[in-house]
Write a protein that binds this ligand. Structure first.
Ligand code: G6P
Ligand code: MN
Length: 445
């Protein structure tokens, strides 16, 4: 089986390859093709993968190419993990937004819109090529903002593109753990958009255990989301939000923390990864060790500003490895080998949330089998959550329209309608700032 990884020179590719190495089953991936625009990055990552594969017999072969069509031809699965504009672009997204006093996070608020505007045309081009060159392939989209990008691709690939994220899995796992439940035996009642969802229940043996957690401030204070949001707020909500909702519920504090930070997340990762790729130019460097050190530092500092502004302290050791490669592998196995399972995924809504249309990509538990991902029926969201979901989906739709039409006016509308952008004038200045910073937005006229 051939797996093509777009963004194959990306820093997290060894996580995926590491997960593939643990898969010994019949029908596993035997060929990995890495595609990237940057041959130097491909070379660096290939070195790490070679060290990972060294002690393993029958490891999947790895080839690298800068030719997209060649990479796609004959692929059974395509992982799309591109980063249009690189981490420099991510840092610019943050800088331009913070200068206007709004959030520049890569998936939430103004930063997510900017990143979505420059990624959509590229993702659509990829989707069209896949439809032409590998029409039977399944595309698993890792690229953020994952819900929006998956929806853009689904217009060309239908249900053959599925978006993934590890945040809901991590959240479900943490809640199960504090409740003393086995995550594998628990049903997580979660729904929303990517990075904008809520756990409303956790069922074990047919019984909802979440009320027990919500009633216990000590238990609530013992895990990441409890520390981030505070027990009182979680009790008021009667649900546990995805960690990314910290940017909404504590927006002012998050913006201030990011403004005061020595470096924004994007700038930190840009510099950190530049050092790693530079180090890989030395033929004598220990590639896997250097990669692993860099990865550990990245994971330890994830959402550090949010945690600091909330007084949440360090990350729990158990939370350090996100595990999105495990979600991707489980999804691929379920489809390729009909290993039926349930995963929280980004798929088209159909009739799941009645407030959204059928084509809107949402994040929801799905049954997965050889026929793809099938969203399960869920209870409606409460009004406050429905409001946010509808507002953000409307923004995503404006982003998709702007990317398709090239209309600057529509881009302004996307920013202006976002709940975390507080003035139309700010939206106009954001479009000015972003088009100045990003060559990838030159198409907006
Ligand atoms: C979480 C999110 C991902 C994000 C990742 C890394 O897993 O769900 O969408 O890509 O964190 O975040 P970072 O700030 O390290 O790039
Ligand atoms: Mn994510």
């Amino acid at each position: 089986m051939k797996l093509t990884i777009l963004g194959g020179g990306g820093f997290r590719v060894p996580l995926v390859y590491g997960a593939l190495l643990t898969d010994r089953g019949e029908g596993r991936v035997t060929r990995v093709v890495l595609h990237d625009l940057d041959a130097g990055r491909l070379h660096a990552v290939t070195r790490v993968l070679a060290e990972q594969a060294a002690p393993v017999s029958d490891a999947p072969t790895v080839t690298a190419t800068t030719d997209l069509d060649e990479a796609l031809r004959g692929a059974d699965f395509v992982f799309s993990a591109i980063r249009v504009g690189g981490l420099e672009g991510r840092a610019d997204d943050e800088r331009v937004a913070l200068a206007q006093g709004v959030l520049g996070q890569e998936t939430v608020g103004a930063g997510g819109i900017a990143y979505g505007l420059r990624t959509t045309p590229v993702a659509v081009d990829i989707a069209r090529r896949v439809a032409r060159l590998a029409p039977d392939a399944w595309v698993i989209n890792f690229t953020n903002p994952a819900g929006l990008v998956t929806e853009a691709m689904s217009r060309h690939l239908g249900d053959r593109v599925i978006g993934i994220c590890d945040s809901p899995v991590g959240l479900g796992r943490r809640i199960a753990r504090v409740l003393g439940a086995n995550p594998r035996e628990a049903w997580i009642d979660y729904v929303g958009l990517n990075h904008l969802g809520w756990v409303r229940g956790l069922r074990v043996a047919g019984r909802d255990e979440l009320p027990r957690l919500l009633a216990d401030p000590d238990l609530l204070g013992s895990f990441e989301e409890g520390k981030l949001f505070g027990a009182d707020w979680l009790q008021s909500l009667g649900a546990i939000p995805n960690e990314y909702l910290h940017y909404y519920y504590f927006n002012r504090e998050a913006v201030r923390a990011y403004q005061q930070a020595e470096k924004t997340r994007g700038a930190f990762l840009r510099d950190q990864q530049a050092r790693f790729y530079e180090e890989m130019r030395d033929p004598g460097a220990a590639a896997l060790a250097a990669w692993d050190r860099t990865r550990a530092e990245r994971e330890a500092t994830y959402m550090a500003e949010n945690r600091e502004s909330a007084g949440a302290g360090e990350r729990d050791a158990d939370d350090l490895s996100g595990g999105y490669e495990k979600v991707a592998l489980a999804l691929m196995r379920a489809i390729a080998r009909d290993e039926r399972t349930t995963l929280i995924l980004n798929v088209r809504n159909r009739t799941t949330l009645s407030v959204l249309d059928a084509e809107a990509v949402i994040e929801v538990p799905c049954l997965v089998d050889a026929n793809g991902a099938h969203p399960v029926a869920v209870d409606p969201l409460p009004g406050h959550a429905t409001g946010l979901v509808c507002a953000v989906k409307a923004v995503e739709r404006e982003v998709l329209t702007a990317a398709e039409s090239g209309s600057r006016t529509t881009a302004v509308k996307a920013f202006a309608l976002h709940p975390l952008v507080d003035s139309v004038n700010v939206a106009r200045r954001l479009v000015d700032g972003y088009t100045e910073a990003h060559p990838g937005l030159a198409y907006l006229k």
